[in-house]
Design a protein around this ligand. Structure first.
Ligand code: KIV
Ligand code: ZN
Length: 387
């Protein structure tokens, strides 16, 4: 029996905090509706007390979206919680996401406080939020650098106070995957009442380990993951939704299933990138321009014989029409022949050899060989072919 993994998308909150990525309410509604079509379980729509614009966006997204839970972020402060509850009043299913820093760095330097006081504030905030909503998520900010013993005390106390989900953020992206996995395992084994809440991962990518840490969290018992489209987010970003969805879809033996309709991934990736003016790096897993592009001769030959030789995901599974055989100076005859075939041109061996010689000369001068170049090599143009 597979276990269900809940997908909590924070593109519109953690993702939108990135300088230059701000969206207006209409654009946020567009993204929220696309997230609903994608099948996410929870949309974190904003931090309502932070600005009138964020408040309005949470209200409008709550009206526009039917199926996913709409979540609003707060600090462990009564005013924040009241404003979040007000912003969520139109949500069919609303969640208040409150919390406080639990690491010594936060307790000493941010709050000038101590562990006992922070524990009391965590309990009070959870109880206060519970007056306004049934579904309460509590985050232990900088949990990645919080001792497991103290973290377990906080998690146990907020579950007792009514939290339905407890978020364990690696806020600074510092944890190693085995360490983050062990942290989740420790909580699963040491917190009384853990079965009454869902443990959530929230990993940042400062050392490039956000996805690995999230996977370790899930394998050790977390059943919600906080992610963003294209992995956007503070500094080096958050765990990317598309990576987690495709990891568990590809590794069926792990028996973890999500509700993500993966064929919608590429479309929403393009939408978020263009609305936020945030290009996707070409070699980004799953959605980068080169994610399914084969350029070396050996790989192209293998893929043309059997696509599984060098491809673990069918591009159509993520909404990309086909894999791309990119013609470069490292491409072989087989790739050129295939491209000509696609363009409606069949050559005998002698003509193919000749065309290949010319192709290599051109490819040495020009980085990307396009279809017009290929046709020109064999003395044809588009009007003379069936494409
Ligand atoms: O990274 C973090 O700790 C956060 C919390 C506010 C959830 O984004
Ligand atoms: Zn974060």
């Amino acid at each position: 029996m597979s276990d269900r993994l809940f997908i909590f998308d924070t593109t519109l909150r953690d993702g939108e905090q990135v300088p230059g990525c701000q969206l207006n309410t209409v654009e946020k509604i567009q993204v929220a509706k696309a997230l609903e079509m994608l099948g996410v379980d929870v949309i974190e729509a904003g931090f309502p007390v932070s600005s009138p614009g964020d408040f309005k966006s949470v209200v409008e997204i709550s009206k526009a979206v039917t199926w996913p839970t709409i979540c609003a972020l707060t600090r462990a402060v009564e005013k924040d919680i009241e404003v979040a509850a007000e912003a969520l009043k139109f949500a069919k299913r609303g969640r208040i996401h409150t919390g406080i820093g639990t690491s010594d760095y936060h307790i000493r330097y941010k709050f000038n406080s101590n562990q006992d006081e922070i524990l009391e504030r965590a309990i009070a905030a959870t109880k206060y939020a519970k007056k306004y909503a049934e579904d309460i998520e509590f985050y232990c900010e900088d949990a990645g650098r919080t001792s497991n013993e103290y973290l377990a005390r906080v998690v146990e106390a907020v579950i007792k106070a009514g939290a339905t989900v407890v978020n364990i953020p690696d806020t600074t992206g510092y944890c190693m995957p085995d360490e983050y996995g062990a942290k989740i395992k420790y909580l699963m084994e040491h917190v009384d009442g853990i079965q009454n809440a869902i443990i959530s991962t929230h990993c940042h990518n400062d050392l490039g380990m956000a996805t690995a840490n999230t996977v370790q969290g899930v394998l050790n018992g977390a059943r919600q993951v906080e992610v963003t489209i294209n992995g956007i987010g503070e500094r080096a970003g958050n765990t990317s939704l598309e990576e987690i969805a495709m990891i568990f879809k590809s590794h069926k033996e792990r028996e973890i299933v999500t509700n993500i309709n993966t064929s919608k991934i590429y479309g929403i990736s393009r939408m978020v990138s263009s609305l936020m003016n945030m290009p996707v790096q070409p070699n980004k897993a799953i959605v980068g321009r080169n994610a399914f592009a084969h350029s070396s001769g050996i790989h192209q030959d293998g893929v043309l014989k059997n696509v599984q030789t060098y491809e673990i995901i069918d591009p159509k599974d993520v909404g990309i029409d086909d894999n791309a055989i990119v013609l470069t100076a490292r491409s072989g005859r087989a790739a050129l022949k295939n491209r000509l075939h696609v363009l409606g041109v069949e050559l005998d061996q002698e003509k193919l050899d000749k065309a290949y010689e010319e192709f290599l000369k051109l490819a040495d001068r020009k980085k990307d060989i396009n279809d017009d170049d290929v046709l020109m090599l064999v003395g044809k143009d588009r009007t003379a072919t069936h494409r």
